[in-house]
Ligand binder design. Structure first.
Ligand code: SAH
Length: 338
């Protein structure tokens, strides 16, 4: 494993088992994750300590291109990985600080019909170091501290859960960025088994579920994962999760005109969220080439929101940032690649 994907105790053990003091592991961890540096030859590690890691790898992730919005403070970025793969990220500025959208895989195998990130399938999983590298590259470049992380870039986080767990635990480590779990959101298309595994970790992170439809027949049409984990099994997993953590769960609901904003959807959504502490986040569809559907008008979006509220559901409409720098996730990378 590369050194910058390793936990603090693993690094301490690495030095100890090679006859060095374990505090060398803490020094290295701090250098990588607090100082956010990779040039270990310039660290305060002793020559003996450096010798122990001389054949070990430190993975680098660089910003390849930045696209800045003229409308707000949003920046979209392409990162370049060591094997020249490109991944996307977004940095958003809110009143309360910076929020960064991080990718977990190059491509995605989930095949949701409206999503640009999955159109070419999956290329590979990202390592924890490459997820951390996206955050550190942004913090170093703009001299900021990112206060909120959302795993909503390309990839399905629960399809790469081991590395994602490393990523968030290292970010949370007080000797690293010391980021609160609450400020990290994992978004999933609904891998029920992964949700249970995540629940067993009992990390008080925020969980977001990409729901987008309210019955199995229609959900399976746009989200193939629903054939493997239908709404019933998803709900069971969410009840299990809530039982362990009792956090509010966010449901992302991308509005597709005439498809999922009907009265039937209101009723089914009410039924699905019964017994869950739910928050519904309505996302106006960002059009992509391969998906020939539109978002509803603002009036229809407001109407749908009101109907849900009338049923006592907690609803917000996602504010759209950086509209001028290429719409939805996945499109930027493909445009540059072509
Ligand atoms: N794989 C994860 C995270 C990726 S995407 C997941 O499925 O949750 C983050 C969110 O953007 C998801 O809710 C996804 O469904 C949504 N999304 C994808 N393509 C979109 C589009 N064209 N318009 C609006 N939202 C989209």
């Amino acid at each position: 494993m590369d050194l910058n994907s390793m936990y603090l105790d693993e690094l301490r053990e690495l030095f100890k088992s090679n006859g060095e003091k374990s505090f060398r592991g803490t020094q290295l961890f701090t250098f990588l994750h607090d100082k956010r540096r990779v040039d270990v030859l310039n660290s305060n590690l002793s020559l003996e300590a450096l010798d122990i890691i001389k054949n070990k790898k430190i993975t680098k992730t660089e910003i390849y291109k930045i696209f800045e919005s003229n409308l707000d403070d949003t920046k979209k970025m392409l990162f370049k990985l060591e094997d020249d793969n490109l991944i996307e990220g977004v940095l958003m500025k809110y009143k309360f600080g910076y929020s960064q959208c991080v990718s977990t895989q190059v491509g995605c195998k989930m095949g949701c019909s409206f999503c640009a990130s999955t159109k070419e399938g999956i290329i590979r999983d990202l390592k924890a170091s490459e997820m951390l590298g996206q955050v550190y590259a942004v913090e170093n470049k703009f001299d900021i501290k990112v206060g909120n992380i959302i795993l909503m870039g390309s990839g399905e986080p629960l399809d790469n859960l081991d590395e994602v767990l490393r990523f968030i635990k290292i970010l949370h480590d007080e000797k690293g960025q010391n980021l609160s779990y609450r400020n990290i959101t994992i978004s999933t298309c609904g891998l029920a088994d992964g949700i249970r595994k995540l629940a067993d970790e009992k990390l008080p992170i925020s969980l977001a579920i990409s729901l987008h439809q309210t019955n199995d027949k229609d959900r399976s049409k746009i989200m193939p994962i629903n054939k493997k984990y239908n709404l019933k099994s998803l709900k069971e997993a969410l009840l299990y999760y809530q039982n362990k953590l009792n956090n509010r769960i966010t449901f992302e609901y991308t509005l597709i005109d005439g498809q999922n904003n009907t009265d039937k959807n209101v009723k089914e959504l009410k039924e699905f969220t019964r017994g869950l502490k739910a928050h519904i986040n309505l996302i106006p569809l960002n059009p992509i080439e391969e998906f020939n559907e539109k978002r509803p008008s603002s009036k229809k979006i407001e109407d749908f929101k009101k109907k849900l509220e009338k049923e006592n559901m907690n609803v917000t409409i996602r504010r759209e940032l950086g509209q001028d720098i290429s719409a939805s996730c996945g499109q930027l990378r493909r445009r540059v690649k072509r």
